[in-house]
Design a protein around this ligand. Structure first.
Ligand code: PEP
Ligand code: MG
Length: 751
């Protein structure tokens, strides 16, 4: 047996790598490496698979069979498969978990005398590269192997496989490898729920590629005519879109479209395109060149807000090109399409939704909380995926986007459509709900709505919400990526307040900062979640804060107005904000305009420091509202937007529950009005928990209002108190998880 460790053996081999040109000989090296490992462990069978991240499968690269098993096999199932799916098998599990798996057989598969097997995942740092699978004639053959040594040796092999996979990609490009086929389903991260069926509209081709697809340019006059027609069509489309908006929405959206409309009407822009056509360029090429120039100018601007406009110009470019395309007789439209894209700004999301897009799939995009919150408000299913296969989907491909499960089905069949109940969904109509919120034995609980855009406020009324428990006023700022004047804000807030017809309306001052950024409007921070966010931002930008407060006070005239301060960390911030509110009232008085003279002022309890100062905050405020989304994040130090940490982001963690209980106890002692407005306010298990703590106000997304009211009617006050006691007695997160699972099972069984 070789005395060297596995690592030493492979290190010797790796030294040779520099002697080789980086070419097909990588496979040769892999073969040698596998052979060395097999020799040292005296394995009889060995295979190495490399991960193909386009298909999400393992691909066979090299293998050795020292016992002619593959040739002798009668069943045909013994030769290593070309490709291995990762689902539901031990190889996939070892690959995904990065843990070595050993198997011993009493009765070896296929009747061969191979009694033990080892599956070694090949990793490079956090990257997963492939697996090595080996089989041995003896029982327990791998139990005495130094696993740490084997693992580190195989990691060296990972470097070679990384090379191999680069080659694989290169060969695929020059057509030597098997053609990549589209998978039937692409998996991703659920960002906003809902199931929709529509055709694909990929929008990542760069304009250069899009132009290549046009036929050869015609005569100058023909090309000029082509551009003129495309421009007219685009103008017509954009104008129609703006007109189709209701007057309330107009305010929000007009700025998003006006930039494009203005550009189309700009003689400089269109003149440059015409000039290029006159110089002999085809219309599509001329559009591409001029749009490219403008986009470059915007992109180079240091102010990100303006840099974002580059996207606007490119979008206009695509609209023009699409309107030139002969195949598009009906004109370009996002309506009823599932858009596949790379990056998205909140303004894009809003614009696409207004244009009637059915859903959105983003590739590898980092998604801010606001994008997902906004997508939910817009009722737009959004999926995020790293899967490169997304780029292979062609325009017009039939798709089903299942935002509930986080899946994109490509060319779905009738069976799947039935399974997902698409026809049924289409037929379901929502009514107007009026159910009052109370436990089954009559304890009243106010169920209010979280509102982000006007559409939510209308939905809240339809769903029978007892007012608005949280209006996130930063949304207009973020969608426009700009500040709004007092009057602009006033109009937006007024239309929101007006929907509630006297029911309470909680307007939260702008929670800008963290990941709710206005691009380019804020100083870059190393730790934005711990930076100038919420009330800190407002107090640091007093003129803006005052404009917002005046707009709120005016919009709340004659209404039950409550102003809520976000991200409060101590009572002084509340005192300062109240002073500003007082001064704003004096200014409005002086101006002689109508405004609410008696707004209630409250604070969000979403920072640990606020949770520990409830009594102080209660003394300075009229009400408190627990923001469980941030409270969970700051208590557990887990970023709410980091999907890799979603398993640690638990609002039902024992510590969080205890802090919630402490807040409720303190608030009760002070007799202060306390509500919960974070996402878990609508969780079927947390509803009785909160009621059990004595909380009588929950604010949830409009579409959850009815479900929460129904849930309230399923338990008595005593049962709620028992649930809270039981949950508070649990000390370990895993036990709470088990409690939750038990609850979910019984809840689903009953439901
Ligand atoms: C919260 O933090 O729970 C909350 C409701 O506020 P937002 O989600 O807007 O931060
Ligand atoms: Mg918050």
């Amino acid at each position: 047996m070789n005395k060297k460790s596995y690592t030493e053996l492979l290190e010797d081999l790796l030294e040779k790598i520099s002697l080789f040109e980086k070419s097909d000989e990588v496979d040769e090296l892999l073969r040698e490496a596998l052979s060395l490992i097999m020799g040292k462990s005296r394995s009889s069978l060995g295979t190495a698979y490399v991960y193909d991240d386009i298909q999400g499968e393992l691909v066979f690269r090299v293998g050795f069979d020292h016992g002619d098993y593959w040739d002798r096999c009668r069943c045909g199932g013994c030769t290593p498969p070309e490709r291995l799916a990762l689902d539901n098998n031990e190889v996939g599990l070892a690959f995904q978990t990065g843990l070595i798996k050993m198997v011993n057989y009493d009765e070896p598969p296929h009747g061969f005398s191979l009694y033990s097997k080892i599956i070694i995942p090949i990793t490079r740092g956090v990257e997963k590269e492939g697996v090595v699978i080996m089989m041995h004639q003896e029982q327990d053959a791998y139990s005495n192997v130094d696993l740490a040594d084997l693992k580190s040796a195989v990691s060296l092999l990972g470097d070679m496989l990384a090379e191999a996979s680069i080659l694989l990609e290169q060969r695929a490009k020059i057509g030597h490898e098997k053609k990549i086929t589209l998978p039937r389903v692409i998996k991703g991260i659920r960002t906003s729920r809902g199931v929709v069926e529509a055709k694909a509209l990929p929008i990542w081709t760069d304009m250069e590629d899009a132009v290549e697809n046009f036929p050869q340019a015609g005569s100058k006059n023909e090309e000029l005519m082509l551009f003129t027609l495309a421009r007219e069509r685009s103008l017509e489309q954009l104008e129609k879109l703006t007109e189709s908006l209701s007057s309330d929405e107009e305010d929000m959206v007009s700025l998003i479209f006006t930039a494009q409309l203005l550009m189309l009407k700009d003689m400089n822009f269109t003149g440059k395109i015409r000039k290029l056509i006159e110089e002999g360029k085809g219309a599509p090429r001329a559009v591409q060149i001029v749009v490219g120039e403008y986009a470059d100018i915007f992109s180079a601007m240091s102010e990100v807000r303006l840099a974002e406009k580059a996207q606007d110009v490119r979008d206009l470019g695509f609209r023009l090109l699409n309107n030139m395309s002969e195949s598009r007789e009906e004109g370009f439209s996002y309506k009823n399409r599932i858009v596949l894209s790379r990056h998205i700004y909140p303004s894009d999301l809003y614009r696409l939704s207004v244009e009637g897009v059915a859903g959105l799939v983003l590739r590898g995009a980092a998604v801010t909380a606001h994008i997902s919150i906004l997508a939910k408000s817009l009722n737009l299913p959004v999926l995020i995926t790293d899967d490169k296969a997304l780029m292979l989907i062609e325009e017009g491909t039939p798709l089903i986007l299942d935002g509930d499960k986080g899946e994109l089905h490509i060319n779905p069949d009738e069976l799947l459509r039935k399974k997902l109940g698409l026809e049924k969904r289409a037929r379901t109509q929502r009514g107007v709900y009026t159910l009052r919120g109370s436990t089954s034995d009559g304890t009243a609980v106010n169920v209010m709505a979280n509102v982000n855009i006007l559409k939510d406020a209308r939905e809240a009324v339809k769903q029978g919400a007892e007012g608005i428990g949280l209006y996130r006023s930063e949304f207009p700022f973020i969608i426009k990526n700009d500040f709004l004047s007092e009057d602009q804000q006033y109009k937006i807030y007024r239309s929101i307040v007006a929907t509630q017809k006297g029911k309470p309306v909680v307007l939260r001052t702008a929670d800008i900062g963290g990941d709710k950024l206005m691009q380019g409007r804020q100083e870059a921070e190393a730790n934005p979640f711990l930076g100038v966010r919420g009330i800190r931002f407002s107090l640091a930008n007093r003129p803006m804060f005052r404009e917002q407060i005046r707009a709120m006070l005016r919009a709340g005239h004659g209404a039950d107005l409550r102003i809520l301060l976000p991200m409060v960390s101590d009572v002084e911030e509340v005192v300062q904000a109240k002073e500003e509110i007082g001064q704003c009232m004096e200014q409005l008085e002086f101006r002689g305009v109508e405004f609410n003279r008696n707004p209630k002022v409250g604070a969000m309890v979403e920072l640990p420091s606020a949770a520990l100062s409830v009594a102080d905050l209660a003394e300075e405020t009229d009400f408190l509202s627990i923001g469980t989304n941030d409270l969970t994040m700051y208590l557990l130090a887990v970023d709410r937007t980091n999907d890799n940490l979603s398993h640690l982001y638990r609002s039902h963690h024992p510590t969080v529950l205890r802090v919630l209980n402490d807040i409720a106890r303190e608030a009760e002692k002070c007799g202060t009005d306390l509500s919960v407005c974070g996402d878990v306010a609508g969780d079927p298990l947390m509803v009785p928990f909160f009621v059990g703590l004595g909380i009588r106000k929950l604010s949830v997304p409009p579409l959850s209002v009815e479900a929460v009211k129904t849930r309230l009617g399923q338990f008595t006050l005593e049962e709620a108190e028992r649930t809270a006691r039981e949950m508070l007695a649990i000390r370990k997160p895993s036990e709470l998880e088990a409690y939750r699972l038990r609850f979910n099972e019984s809840f689903e069984a009953v439901g």
